[in-house]
Design a binder for this molecule. Structure first.
Ligand code: NAP
Ligand code: SF4
Length: 678
């Protein structure tokens, strides 16, 4: 009898010449550590930790096969034997932990943020400023040879295989659709011609690397751009790629320029597995499904339902390197779940910063952020059980200290509890569950309903007190704001005070947007209803519409909402780089009006009087039932001064330290580092 908690997920996968120990692929994620060899010791530690955690196969971030394929100038590239040798540091570290790793070959094509970029045709992408050079036939031949060289070098560098990136709208993908391939030679025109490039690459790579080397081909199953591939083309290509010698087909979902979210937290879990389920019966090699699969029970179900042979998870391995070993040993509740926020991973990469993880600041910092067991057990108090307080308490507990966590309310989580109530942010419940379990595992003594005061903290003679008491809402001081129409975001999100049909929201920061989504969607979350969510974003079966995207069909607005800010420019500009556009699009589709450059003049029975312009020459009444204040926050740290006066060592964390632009990423990172250093 198989007693594994996840029998499908944890079953080995026999590839003929080698066997993967389970069905989990750690998908490719660019971390920023790939670009320079001086970062390879960090990269080696990062992958080794994940190999130790038991994942079946890992794929590196993308490496360009030549400078024309650069994602950005001087970015990661593998084009010489001397470069390949440096990779041995990474591959040896992985193999020493019993892991397997493949190198991703990524030719950026017209997505290259570089003046040297090349493509099938001279067509600029909407997301890059450079127009690519159209390749000549001999130029195409040269690119193929570079792919082959890169694969051979990967083998030299100790990798177990390569992943050839054929999706997401990059170089190979650009050849496949007439939307980006306008050629009339043997590389354009008919589909046979357009798919010649990937097939040639796979065939020649196989010839060059021999039969006992993993070749994964990442194939775009749904392009999500108008004029993208049809389903028949996808199947035709997959079959040809299998015949050309690929070992495994991995899934790509959507081009980067697509206006449909594919991995954000508001995308339903396992939203795209219906596509691999359609493809799998057409092939005899294994198929990997991916995107928004972040917990083992969903991965298991996807495999049990026959949607794929393997599951790719990328960000979940930033969040928890021990994902597989915890799942295998019945410790699902100890998995630090990726919440799909993108805040410390993709948003960092797009800002040319090193990637990490909001819920796990050790990600990509394995060599410098170490929670060393303490030689001496000391006593700490942490006041406030929000994100910062819990992070500090659990790291201190993990290091072996005695930790007392004081929380004035009846539950832990602080503002995370409000975040979890927003439709589309359900993943925050996972974070709360994890935190609660982690407090137990690390032996932190939690004192709920306890408002710690300076005198009793001092009397308890703690070695140090961490103050993580959070924030209080900023008072915007608008004349008439004591009117009963006026509510705070806490009234709306935490106290669930009833809100009328017409609403004005003051402040368009993270919380203003959250409140707008909460009020626009009501209690109903499309994230929990796949068909509805697909319709809202215009996603259809690519068998019926090339590219699988058509006109969005949003739900009817349930309220009339105006979201306001004083500064000029588009509201939401400060939201995440890779997710702000999703929030704006969702609110727009629900009829939310967004206004900048406003002054707040007065609140009365009539509603909210706003004016425009420096001289406030134009004004208008917003005749609303309620006005919700989301005007930012101020630090709450009243304990700091009296404790210091009593001679207690005090450290301020999170919002209590700095409330401006506060978010959970900064709070957890700061608190974990402070606790690691204490
Ligand atoms: P915030 O993002 O700093 O936004 C505060 C808003 O209040 C701004 O729109 C600001 O716009 C307005 N404001 C500031 N002073 C005001 C005043 N005196 N009178 C009227 N309006 C004023 O703060 P938040 O919305 O409270 O969010 C806190 C943090 O939580 C955010 O920084 C964010 O990182 C995090 N969070 C993130 C998310 C997310 O989805 N990533 C969601 C929720 C919260 P004007 O000054 O232009 O009027
Ligand atoms: Fe997941 Fe957010 Fe961490 Fe990225 S930063 S890995 S999306 S939890």
């Amino acid at each position: 009898m198989n007693t594994s908690p996840y029998p499908h997920l944890l079953a080995p996968l026999d590839l003929g010449f080698t066997t993967l120990k389970n069905r989990v692929l750690m998908g490719s994620m660019h971390t920023g550590l790939e670009d320079k060899a001086e970062h390879f010791p960090r990269l080696a530690a990062y992958f080794a930790e994940r190999a130790r955690g038991g994942v079946g196969l890992m794929v590196t971030g993308g490496y360009a096969p030549n400078i024309e394929g650069w994602l950005s100038p001087f970015g990661s590239r593998l084009a010489s034997s001397s470069a390949a040798k440096k990779h041995l540091l990474v591959t040896n570290a992985v193999h020493a932990e019993g892991g397997k790793i493949a190198l991703q070959i990524l030719h950026a094509g017209r997505y290259g943020y570089s003046p040297l970029s090349v493509a099938p045709s001279k067509l600029k992408s909407p997301i890059t400023p450079f127009t690519p050079r159209a390749l000549s036939a001999s130029g195409i031949e040269r690119q193929i040879r570079c792919f082959v060289r890169c694969a051979k070098l990967a083998r030299e560098g100790g990798y177990d295989g390569v992943e050839i990136m054929g999706s997401e709208g990059y170089f190979i993908n650009e050849f496949l659709t007439s939307y980006t391939n306008r050629r009339t030679d043997e590389w354009g025109g008919s589909y046979e011609n357009r798919m010649r490039l990937p097939v040639e690459i796979v065939r020649r790579v196989r010839e060059a690397v021999g039969p006992d080397f993993i070749i994964i081909f990442r194939l775009s199953l749904i392009d999500l751009v108008p004029g993208g591939s049809t389903w028949d083309e996808v199947v035709q290509l997959a079959k040809a790629i299998e015949k050309a010698g690929a070992t495994i087909i991995n899934t790509g979902i959507g081009w980067h320029e697509a206006r449909v979210p594919t991995i954000a937290t508001s995308v339903p879990r396992a939203a795209w597995t219906w596509l691999t389920k359609k493809l799998k019966p057409e092939l005899s090699i294994p198929v990997i499904t991916s995107n928004r699969i972040n917990v083992p029970e969903v991965a298991e179900q996807v495999l049990a339902d026959g949607c794929a042979d393997m599951v790719s998870m990328a960000r979940p391995f930033l969040a928890d390197p021990e994902f597989v070993s915890k799942a295998a040993s019945g410790r699902r509740d100890e998995i630090n779940v990726c919440i799909g926020c993108n805040q410390a991973c993709l948003d960092h990469i797009f800002a040319q910063k090193m990637s990490s993880c909001l819920v796990n600041p050790r990600a990509c910092n394995e060599t410098e952020l170490i929670y060393t067991p303490s030689a001496k057990r000391r006593r700490f108090a942490v006041v406030g059980a929000g994100a910062a307080g819990i992070a500090a308490a659990t790291v201190l507990g993990e290091r072996g200290h005695e930790v007392h966590l004081y929380e004035a309310s009846d539950k832990v989580g602080g503002q995370l509890n409000m975040a979890a109530s927003i439709p589309g942010k359900e993943e925050f419940h996972e974070m709360l569950k994890y935190f609660k379990r982690k407090l137990e595992v690390t032996g932190v003594r939690v004192h709920l309903n306890t408002r710690a005061d300076a005198a009793s903290l001092a009397a308890a003679k703690y070695d140090e007190v961490f103050i993580a008491t959070g924030v209080i809402p900023r008072d915007p001081k608008i004349p008439g704001q004591d009117h009963p129409k006026v509510l705070s975001y806490i009234d709306v999100l935490a106290r669930r005070v009833p809100v009328g049909q017409k609403v004005a929201i003051i402040g368009a920061g993270g919380i203003g947007f959250d409140v707008a989504e909460f009020l626009a969607k009501g209690e109903h979350s499309p994230t929990l209803h796949l068909d509805e969510w697909l319709a809202e974003w215009g996603v259809v079966d690519p068998s019926t519409t090339p590219g699988g995207v058509t006109k969005p069909r949003p739900s009817a607005p349930i309220r009339q909402i105006t979201l306001l800010q004083r500064k000029a420019g588009k509201p939401g500009a400060g939201l995440g780089k890779t997710t702000g556009w999703i929030h704006r699009a969702e609110l727009k589709s629900r009829g939310v009006e967004m206004l900048g450059s406003v002054n707040y003049e007065q609140i009365s029975d009539q509603g909210l009087l706003i004016s425009f312009g420096e001289k406030r020459e134009k004004s208008t009444w917003l005749e609303v039932d309620n006005i919700v204040l989301c005007a930012g926050q101020l630090p709450l740290r009243e304990l700091a001064e009296p404790l210091t006066a009593l001679g207690v060592k005090v450290t301020l964390l999170g919002g209590a330290d700095e409330a401006g632009e506060l978010d959970a990423k900064r709070a957890i990172n700061q608190a974990s580092r402070a606790a690691a250093a204490a």
